[in-house]
Design a protein around this ligand. Sequence first.
Ligand code: HAM
Length: 422
Amino acid sequence: MAANRVKGTYDVLPSESYKWVALETKIREILSLYNLKEIRTPMMEYSNVFHRDSEGSDMVTKETYDFVDRSNRALTLRPEGTAGVIRSYVENKLYASQELEKVYYIGPNFRYERPGKGRYRQFSQFGVEAIGTVDPALDAEMIILAYDFIKRLGLKGVKVRVNTLGDQESRDRYQEALVKHFTPHIHELCEDCKNRIDKNPLRILDCKIDYKHESVINAPTPLDLLNDASRAYFDEVKSHLEMCGIDYVIAPKLVRGLDYYSHTVFEIEADIKGFGAANVLGGGGRYQKLVSELGGPDLGGIGFAFGMERLLMALEANHIELNEDVEVDCFVITFSKELKKIGTKILYDLRQENFVSDMNYTAKSFKGQLKQALRFNSKYLIILGDEEYARGVVGIKDTKTEIQEEIKIENITAYIKKKMEK
Ligand code: HAM
């Protein structure tokens, strides 16, 4: 049987993995400036963590990987990070020790979507959640963090789109207005939208089939129906952003694809040719009912998540290398089985001194071994032939200057140490 990867998944090959490591390192570096701590939650949860009564989004109703385990438990592979983090926040009573818990996470998620450019069935997100406090300053901090992150990566042509859904009262008013607006057109819309009008009219706005329908284009926006308190909340968020000179735009139609949002929502979009829907690098917003829906107290939170694959694609399109591939300091070249043993000992000693070192295990010819050493950008070649070994020495060649010296085997590490200090 031919073994193929699962549709919508991909392999990170050894030649590419350094990009992931570099991106993750950068994420941790930037997030620590914001006093965030990492949280790691399981990749699978009981299905009801995601399939809650209120959650009628396509992502949760149609795209989750649900299965029953060998003991008949209904489980789901996480399609996103937020619900699992909140489940953990509630289960571990993190609210008891801190008024505000600020965390981040990095890891894989699973959605049964149609795979395409920047859209996979297993993909990675890095996300942030600030849970426990409702304060416009915190909404602004999350947008500032997402903006700052993109800026520090060096990505150009990025748009920060911000909107508000308002509080529950405003949201209810908006839903009513949408029902009124869509009812005369409902027979022209798709089957899913016909259901959505009763269950969740907001979802009509991000329907993947009807998004070009005139009634969708002309639909009222949440801003039209905000109550005073929600308008004041949003004004406060905006004034914080303006204070820091954050370059954002108001996107009146932005409602986001998950049902847990209220108040502030935002998305980060990259203007990269050919990216299509994968232009959205990340998004998030405030959620007020998620904590209580998962059995916790009545506390709100706000967060966002970026798709790591899309970030890497955007970096590539902007010709940004976060970090060069690791260079090898020393590469040992030997020609016989006997000498390989000596090579193993040389490598061991070099690695004890923290030099990145390697040797060739298969190629027999000098040329083949040299080729590999150069592919790794090796700084020094340590050449150990029979004749040299008989005299207790090796040849050490500096690949930059091409100068080769003869060094006693017991002095190799000291020699490299001295050279590298320079
Ligand atoms: P989301 O908008 O569903 O939000 O996903 C966030 C990001 O994950 C997207 O902008 C995109 O970059 C990436 N993404 C989503 N689906 C895929 C896919 N199939 N393939 C590749 N990348 C994908 C959330 O997940 C929320 N939990 C964000 C949040 C955190 N809201 C509050 N806190």
